[in-house]
Design a protein around this ligand. Sequence first.
Ligand SMILES: [Fe+2]
Length: 480
Amino acid sequence: MPLSASGTSAQSSFFIRSEEKDPYQYQVGFGNRFASEAIPGTLPVGQNSPQKCKYDLYAEGMTGASFVAPRAENYSAWLYRIRPSVAHQGFVRLPDNPDLESCFLPLNPKVHVSPTQLAWHPFELPPDGEKVDFVQGLKTIAGNGDPTLHEGLAVHMYLANTSMERKAFCNTDGDLLILPQQGRLDIQTEFGKLMVRSGELCVIQRGMKFKVLLPDGPSRGYIQEIYGEHYTLPELGPLGGYGLANPRDFESPLASFDIDQSPWTIIYKVCGQLHECSQEHTPFDVVAWHGNYVPYKYALEKFINVGSISKDHIDPSIFCVLTAKSKQPGVPLADFLIFSPRWDVASGTFRPPYYHRNSATEFMGLLYGVYGGRSDGFQPGGASYETGFCPHGVSYEEFKKASEGELVPRRISEGTIAFMFESSMMFTITDFAMKRSGKLHMHEPKMWDNLKGQFLNHIDEVNADLKAAGLAPLGAELKQ
Ligand SMILES: [Fe+2]
């Protein structure tokens, strides 16, 4: 039976339904250099690698950036543990999970290109009687690049019904941004424990071992995996010091360790391949740690929305919670945006998203609630996709309502959190998403047929204006 011990710090409590109470404690801040001890006085003083660590623990260093990265992007941690990670019995290659993809280059015959909008009904949980844990239940939907290029990303779903027991996962390909949609995730990491519910995000960086328990049973959620970069907070520019996601609302775990010398399995994902190693001890034996390369979570209900208080529709970058840089200066690899309860007050303005064709790729999901203005049955646990320059916007009915309705201040997205993974990269779509999931549905192109050319009803008026301006009228053949 494992023994456990954990430290103490600030209590997390916010907007949490009683059945979703978080049993763990956290330390707060984004990008801080934290220090945490499950047994006080364990961390070495004034150095990282003493000749002998307290209690004969092993010191293990871990970097999440190059040694010489600038200080603001220099991520590392020191872990003081009962046995070091190197104490294992070697690796064995596992069979491929056919639904897990990491190479999104179009030369891969297992990925597809879509110039048009795609949407998916909620992805199905595993059937009763089939035990599927978080790692086995990873299903890739779309992505860009390849982890070996150190640039690109993957969008996965997890569809699971079984807790991981003496088994941990270590993804060496990229950072995972995890968004539960159904069921909490009780995540044990080398740095401590996090309870993550629907409405919270959790980030677990490259190379960290973790296991996932499902306290609420069958669980579904979304994952964005980014290759080669780490998530940061967006710059605030003219907003000043506060707003959007405030750094103090991010929570990192406290040191927590088990004493467990029984057989464990660690599943590694390396360049998209799965490899397994066995060891005779738990990987969750870190008594104390310090550093800034640590997992964290954030309650999306804490997001401070900003928007237009005069007129016009502000670009959706105002909804950015976390961003990751690409190698091109000023161009994000991935922005994580949310659409949550807020006021809609702009005067003299077409308030819904205007018709657009952006360079960005947009992948949307719904954590909970109802996302208005869509005609495609967008449900929690489902998704939608638009590639770069794919034109989209609201239906004619929504257009007419928004063009002619009275513009009163109103609440929107009440009780809802929808999100978007927005990327400057072109995505390809997996076989699972296009075929095996059975959940793909395409927009019916006919839904746009009633977006008639209303301009043509105004030819007489236009010609009168042209004449008044001393210009030639439009050709009579333009009249309907
Ligand atoms: Fe869009």
